[in-house]
Design a protein around this ligand. Structure first.
Ligand code: FRU
Length: 512
């Protein structure tokens, strides 16, 4: 119903080579702001819990036509607390159906992050095609007592597609080896070795395990990386193989999130590209590369059992620096848009690219596309830019500035300076910012992309987020923003020197 009201934005098509003065184009978009049934800042096409606190995505697994998203959930408050696994499922990763809470804390502790698989060969004896979750038990009592063995790994299974769960009676399946931060198991089936394998983090390194039945695990190796200075605690690892685009080569990618020390402060997720011989992961990578250089993409992992041989990633769209204080009331936090990961090799280096899944096109209203070429006033006025996506390519001489703003003089700025080779974001005047001083401190963000003559942008705006994909997802920046009024103006400058082509803007239909 609502979707119908989000009637299409018209698109501008013009190439006014002779224009000298900036011209404002008024475009008609969908509904004004939100109607009363939608809470302020509630994302319209990103996953959010119906209510209360959410953090990491957990147990991402595809089964029988559905993508299952479990997530760190505290059903009693909008701030972090005793962790449960919330649950939702979707056929297309965009329209989600909320399901009952999957896992509750028990005598062994809270249910921290982990993963899920489908046991096609009944290796566990829990039933053919059982959905098996492996997660970290965090025992708050032991923690309080100063007993460092408070994190262990446990398993649970579901024989009804994730609706109801039973915990394994002999939990935990992996005891704590004497390491304070020992958590977030990501398990997968290693086809080549025909065995279950798992990566999990142990304070400042990753450990690799394997098991024939998910109940008895054996440690097989470790991966360490000398960071100077060290980054924050290692969290939420993932390991998978990807083809290198345009070649027949395959490489393994290891993802690790860090609670602190990311490029633009606070939490962030980096990746290593290398080789994995079924036991040990190695890389020749010398420095950190990040999956997203914005402040708000954390603890992301990829789906197991994806049917189309794709690697689909979802991250938590927040940052531990200020996550518990963002200005929403009924619920807190959203997930990033689902992103398809791919790998490219350029100048002997590998890059992990993230792109919004292709199915996202189905949410776009599709009246028209436009191609704009030449110089002209890139200054547009829209009824509402908050649920829209724009894409364009720019040729850059010196610099380029992209600004979103509203009538309250709130703005969000993206700029690129070729001589510096830097993308800069500024959200310092983007609306509500002072709910947390760490949010304010991370208002100005940078990302090194080098000296490039051409940049392609894809920018997705939802009620309280902006996701920026540059050069086909080689460089990504995700940010939470809280404008007090919808952005309505969009400008690209300086118009004298910036050339834009393939400009396209579309409103995005609501999927929640
Ligand atoms: C990452 C994290 C995980 C942990 C979970 C607890 O955000 O700290 O390491 O399992 O959140 O909610």
């Amino acid at each position: 119903m609502k979707n119908l009201l989000y009637v299409l934005i018209v698109i501008c098509v013009f190439a006014c080579k002779n224009e000298s003065k900036p011209k404002e184009i008024i475009l008609q978009t969908g509904l004004d702001v939100k109607s009363t049934d939608i809470e302020k800042y509630r994302p319209q096409f990103h996953f959010t819990p119906k209510e209360k606190w959410m953090n990491d995505p957990n147990g991402l697994v595809y089964h029988n036509g559905y993508y299952h998203l479990f997530y760190q959930y505290y059903p009693d408050s909008t701030v972090w607390g005793p962790m449960h696994w919330g649950h939702a499922k979707s056929k297309d990763l965009l329209h989600w159906v909320h399901r009952p809470v999957a896992l509750y804390p028990d005598s062994l502790g809270y249910i921290f992050s982990g993963s899920a698989v489908i046991d096609k060969n009944n290796t566990t004896g829990f039933g053919k095609d059982a959905m098996i979750a492996i997660y970290t038990y965090h025992d708050p009592i032991k923690e309080k007592e100063g007993n460092i063995l408070f994190q262990t790994q446990g398993i649970a299974y579901s024989n009804d597609e994730g609706e109801t769960w039973k915990k394994y009676e002999h939990n935990p399946v992996i005891q704590n080896p004497g390491i304070k931060d020992f958590r977030d198991p990501k398990m997968f089936w290693n086809d080549e070795k025909s065995i279950w394998q798992m990566v999990l983090v142990a304070k400042d390194h990753v450990e690799f395990y394997e098991s024939p039945n998910i109940k008895n695990w054996k440690k097989i190796s470790e991966f360490r990386f000398e960071d100077n200075p060290p980054l924050g605690v290692w969290e939420c690892p993932d390991l998978f193989k990807l083809k290198v685009e345009g070649t027949h080569d395959e490489k393994w990618v290891l993802i690790i999130s860090h609670g602190d020390g990311a490029p633009n402060s606070g939490s962030g997720t980096r990746y290593f590209v290398g080789d994995y011989d079924g036991t040990t992961f190695t890389t020749t990578q010398k420095s950190s590369q990040w999956i997203d250089y914005g402040t708000d993409n954390y603890a992301g992992i990829t789906f197991n059992n994806e049917p189309n041989d794709k690697r689909i990633f979802i991250g938590w769209m927040s940052n531990w620096n200020y996550a518990t204080t963002t200005p929403t009331e009924k619920w807190r936090s959203a997930m990033t848009l689902p992103r398809e990961l791919s790998l490219i090799k350029e100048d002997e280096s590998y890059y992990l690219k993230s792109n919004v899944i292709s199915g996202f096109d189905n949410l776009k209203s599709t009246i028209s596309k436009s191609t704009i070429t030449g110089n002209f006033p890139y200054n547009f006025s829209y009824h509402n830019l908050q649920e829209s996506m724009m894409s364009f390519t720019t040729e850059v001489q010196e610099e380029i500035h992209i600004t979103f703003s509203n009538s309250k003089n709130e703005s969000f700025n993206i700029s690129y300076n070729k001589s510096e080779g830097l993308i800069k974001l500024d959200r310092s005047r983007s609306g509500l910012v002072d709910f947390n001083e760490k949010y304010v401190l991370s208002s100005n963000q940078t990302m090194t992309i080098g000296k490039l003559d051409t940049l392609s942008f894809k920018i997705v705006l939802d009620a309280s987020s902006i996701e920026i994909f540059i050069n086909n997802g080689k460089f990504v920046m995700t940010n939470q923003i809280f404008p007090t009024e919808n952005f309505t103006q969009f400008e690209i400058s300086p118009k004298e020197t910036v050339k834009v082509s393939n400009f396209e803007i579309q409103s995005i239909n609501r999927s929640i």
